[in-house]
Design a protein around this ligand. Sequence first.
Ligand code: GDP
Ligand code: MG
Length: 162
Amino acid sequence: MDPVLAIIGRPNVGKSTLVNRILGRREAVVEDVPGVTRDRVSYPAEWTGRKFTLVDTGGWERDAKGLHAMVAEQAEVAVSMADAVLFVVDATVGATATDEAVMRMLRKSKKPVLLVANKVDDFAQEADASMLWGLGFGQPYPVSALHGRGVADLLDAALEVL
Ligand code: GDP
Ligand code: MG
């Protein structure tokens, strides 16, 4: 079976946009309104000749549990099925309380985690990405899922731990 790379993070950080960028086509649903991706969706993917399975996550409804709990719970299921994780944070917003809830869950799992600072659309925004060092996953990878900036370097690094 191909190794599994799960993309996790709170709603609206750009997970589905990143999935589409990696697949090279628009397949995952991207919405300006948070919470559009239903549960977990798997896609066969390939990078530099290596095949892997990409898992997009989402589908959190705002129920009584609240957003933090839903995001953390979805992420936990995705992480349990994954060989490695891309933890996506919106660099233009910075780390939120929900991001920190996900971060604590990821710490407990022993899976390799790459921290993705998304929405770094140009060089000037790389300073926003460095603020995310504080999440404790080392060097954040600054990317623009929308424009493709930094995604090749991210995938090279992801395949090294997959
Ligand atoms: P998800 O909920 O995490 O799957 O996020 P989506 O992929 O649905 O994206 C949410 C919103 O962020 C959409 O309006 C995207 O166009 C936007 N977005 C995603 N990636 C980027 C990026 O790299 N730069 C910018 N400026 N916007 C982005
Ligand atoms: Mg989505």
